[in-house]
Design a protein around this ligand. Structure first.
Ligand code: THU
Length: 133
């Protein structure tokens, strides 16, 4: 799915932050490291990486770690979230639903860290049509 959504002005800063935090991913079971950087309406940036667990089901995705960090800091709603992986990125269904709670118009920057092209930008409501809220 290609989107016409323009990249936010600070996309490079968000890509850099998502790539940096991805280095801290705890992913011994999948070996799939994910980084996320989220900008809230007050301009602050919150980051997260995936944190896996031996029980698998308790694994927490990078996007949700970043979102929880923003909530815990008392930040206002998220406006942009960048997710960075090696290969084609896309937030999982659980993360789409989780993020939808805070902003269905959230702009999501999809960074494949092996690509030389600028990342694609999509809006959450296009990834989660007819969301439950
Ligand atoms: N993962 C994320 O961090 N975000 C997503 O949107 C998709 C999946 C993580 C969870 C797990 O640690 C690994 O990627 C493989 O599923």
């Amino acid at each position: 799915m290609k989107s016409d959504l323009p990249l936010p002005d600070d996309w490079k800063r968000l890509v850099e932050a998502a790539r940096d935090v991805r280095c801290h991913a705890y992913a011994p079971y999948s070996s799939y490291s994910v980084g996320a950087a989220l900008r809230t309406a007050d301009g602050r940036v919150f980051t997260g990486c995936n944190v896996e667990n031996a029980s698998y089901g308790l694994t927490i995705c990078a996007e949700r770690v970043a979102m929880c960090s923003a909530v815990a800091a008392g930040a206002p709603g998220p406006l942009v979230l960048c997710v960075s992986v090696t290969g084609p990125p896309t937030p999982c269904g659980s993360c789409r639903q989780f993020l939808n709670e805070f902003n269905s118009d959230l702009c999501i920057v999809l960074d494949d860290n092996t690509s030389d092209c600028p990342p694609e930008c999509v809006v959450l409501k296009d990834l989660l049509p007819r969301a439950f809220s």
